[in-house]
Write a protein that binds this ligand. Structure first.
Ligand code: ADP
Length: 485
């Protein structure tokens, strides 16, 4: 079956978060289970630079504010064929793909991602005579209009070009635009309606996808349920509840080619569950690189994260004095909200030798922290899936997480019972509060003082397996049903 994935990021060419890791690994996994998969991406500078040799499939004129749009076909480093939309007027902007240097969303994002969705839909309707998608699978709001364009095509032509799937990686980002731009999108007038893409008087690209796609998926079973509730539905819970029978939660996986301590060249030493010695070397290297006191009598906590409200790291700021007082250490790598960046910078100045903070984005350092820390902290308010805790498990770094979304689906709290049956892999707390977070931190300190139990939990973590092939095998029946197979 021919499946086209429409998305805005893909590892290793362009990554701002977990979405890129997912699209980078899911497609090769789908190819391994027998799908003829391709991707369509906007021609951002790093994507054009990394795609390798391409051929021009077609040239279009006057689309979405661009005089000339070239559709190129090349190949991702994984070998997956990829169409790249070469429209410099829309995409030739360095840095973050969605926002300018001041972190303000580009005002023409509706055109930039409207074009992505339009091309995706047209690739099902014959834009490339050599390959026509039978299923268009969009990711997040960036591709949210693709199902709407497909339904519009179906109405105009009296037959279906392709079936559609939309995956929600984070419902909090909805692609909302002023209703005044609707006529520019070229969709039927009646699509701007409550039963359509209207969202409290504005346009929502994500809602369009959620309304018009034939099937919906999200990135963990728990999140699939949570987004049907007012707390996490971001105003779309009614629609999601109505579509519950079309919505499936499939947990993301780990690309073990990239995240495996036995083969990782970015870390100080290699190790695995049967030969764990290298982890101590990684821990020392992490302490040394961060000018932290060399100690091994209290845990080193690690954070690799966007610094946003979602990630709950103000709970860590509140708990930090107690962590340091007990001899614990923190290494944090992240970037995001200015006030939080400042607060962590100040903490590093206040606790030299115990707290090291790097504001920025650094793929290499992220591996070193995941390998060298004892505990990875992910105290999110909400978390569709979360990848950091999955990577941490693979490296025997025990995740301390809130019981929400994919965190709840992937980490088993260490209790006497789960330690006895070798299933405990981390520390899980329920209430989103400083007190509950601090109690979980206390439990991490306590377990650290019982080395035999700690090591057992590390072995449990490293043996837990979250492969992309499992995720691909769960996606396949959704595709098969759509094609009546
Ligand atoms: P989200 O997509 O919400 O940011 P995920 O946990 O799903 O969260 O994915 C985050 C991904 O981005 C992980 O691969 C994580 O290692 C990476 N990451 C986040 N912040 C940084 C950073 N500052 N430097 C390097 N990698 C980072």
């Amino acid at each position: 079956m021919r499946v086209l994935h429409a998305c805005s990021e893909v590892y290793p060419l362009l990554k701002t978060g977990g979405l890129a890791d997912v699209t980078g690994a899911l497609l090769p996994a789908l190819a391994r289970v027998g799908c003829d998969v391709r991707m369509v991406l906007p021609g951002f500078p790093s994507i054009l630079a990394g795609i390798g040799p391409t051929r021009e499939v077609v040239v279009l004129h006057d689309r979405f504010g661009a005089d000339r749009v070239g559709l190129l076909l090349g190949q991702l480093p994984s070998g997956v064929p990829a169409y790249v939309i070469d429209a410099p007027a829309l995409y030739a902007r360095e840095g973050n793909p969605y926002a300018d240097a001041g972190n303000t969303a580009y005002p023409d994002n509706y055109r930039r991602f409207g074009l992505l969705a339009w091309v995706a839909a047209d690739l099902a309707a014959g834009l490339d005579p050599g390959w026509q998608a039978q299923i268009v699978h969009g990711h997040d709001w960036h591709a949210g209009l693709a199902p709407a364009y497909l339904k519009a095509w179906e109405r105009a032509n009296g037959k279906r070009a392709a079936a559609s799937v939309l995956t929600v990686h984070n419902l909090a980002y909805q692609g909302v635009f002023d209703a005044g731009v609707f006529p520019e999108l070229g969709l039927p007038a009646d699509y701007f309606a409550m039963h359509g893409m209207e969202y409290y008087g504005q346009l929502s690209f994500l809602k369009a996808g959620l309304f018009f796609a034939d099937k919906l998926t999200t990135v963990s079973p728990s999140y699939a349920l949570e987004i049907q509730s007012p707390e996490q539905g971001c105003g779309l819970e009614g629609l999601l509840h109505d579509r519950a029978s079309d919505l499936t939660g499939i947990l993301n996986g780990v690309d073990y080619e990239v995240w495996s301590p036995a083969a990782d060249e970015l870390i100080a030493a290699r190790y695995d569950a049967s030969k764990p010695g290298g982890k101590k070397v990684c821990r020392r290297a992490l302490q040394k690189a961060g000018s932290l006191r060399p100690q091994d009598n209290a845990p080193v906590f690690g954070v690799v994260s966007r610094l946003t409200e979602q990630k709950g790291l103000h709970l860590l700021l509140a708990a930090l004095p107690a962590i340091v007082a007990r001899g614990g250490q923190l290494v944090l790598l992240g970037s995001g909200d200015g006030w939080m960046e400042d607060a962590f910078r100040e903490a590093a100045l206040r606790y030299p030798g115990a707290v090291q903070v790097e504001i920025g984005y650094d793929e290499v350092r992220s591996h070193q922290i995941v390998a060298g820390a004892d505990v990875i902290l992910v105290p999110s308010r909400f978390e569709p899936c979360g990848l950091t805790q999955l990577y941490a498990l693979a490296y025997g770094t025990l995740p301390l997480v809130r019981r929400v979304g994919g965190l709840a689906d992937s980490v088993v709290d260490c209790t006497p019972a789960t330690l006895a049956d070798n299933s405990g892999t981390g520390f899980v707390f329920d209430e989103f509060s400083e007190a509950a977070f601090s109690l979980a931190v206390d439990r991490a300190f306590a377990l650290y003082e019982a080395p035999a139990q700690w090591q057992q939990a590390q072995r449990n973590a490293m043996r837990a397996h979250f492969g992309w092939d499992d995720a691909a095998r769960k996606m396949l029946p959704i595709y098969q049903r759509l094609l009546g197979q």
